[in-house]
Design a protein around this ligand. Sequence first.
Ligand SMILES: Nc1ncnc2c1ncn2[C@@H]1O[C@H](COP(=O)(O)OP(=O)(O)OP(=O)(O)O)[C@@H](O)[C@H]1O
Length: 222
Amino acid sequence: MIEAKDLTKKFGQQLVFENLNFKINDGDFISLIGPNGSGKTTLVKIMMGLEKKTSGELSLDNKQSIGYVPQFRNIDLDYPLNIEQFIRLNLKFTFSPTKKRENDELIKNILEKTGLTQLKNRPLGLASGGEKQKAYLAQALLNDPKVLILDESTASLDVEVKMQLMDLVQELNQKYNLTVIFITHDYELTKKYTSRALFFQNKTIKEVNVSDISEEMFEMGG
Ligand SMILES: Nc1ncnc2c1ncn2[C@@H]1O[C@H](COP(=O)(O)OP(=O)(O)OP(=O)(O)O)[C@@H](O)[C@H]1O
């Protein structure tokens, strides 16, 4: 479980958000929505320990690890790694034959889980947007995180490819009780896939029913 109590963040004099109070339970598929600049990425960076809170509390189960999938940016056509090699970047290098075998097994499993087995030798630079995004997802899942954060991960994909990626994430959520935190500006995907929603507004956060979400919530001033 992840729990925030009066969580506040400032950058210098700039207040990003104050007094956030919420709980995210194991196995939740929850969206973080709100306008540009309202603090969604800053909040997940605090969860991942990449940014410091200013005050309040944020507690995470100690054993809980977090996988993070950003929106993919352009990768050069001549990027030197293929899909499997790219995923392997998240493994610790080892000289131990036993560890090597364990790593190979991990890679094999994750390629299967994400439907990338047939594509493992494809150079990442030549992969489609959806394939690249799956490779990011596979890399994030490699160390068996309990929480997966998708940070606008579907933003640059076609509708059909977005749905495929989300179907895969939904399957992982249901099969492995993976907690999914979905940062998005996509109204349709929020409605279709998430069961809870946290909405950033007026420098704080409130829970809204997914059925009450409107398109304006993605645009209104923060
Ligand atoms: N390292 C930083 N230093 C100073 N200000 C920052 C820093 N990171 C973010 N900010 C500011 O904090 C505010 C929240 O940014 P954040 O990226 O968390 O918003 P967001 O809700 O994720 O936005 P978007 O939907 O556009 O991705 C913005 O005003 C941003 O400019």
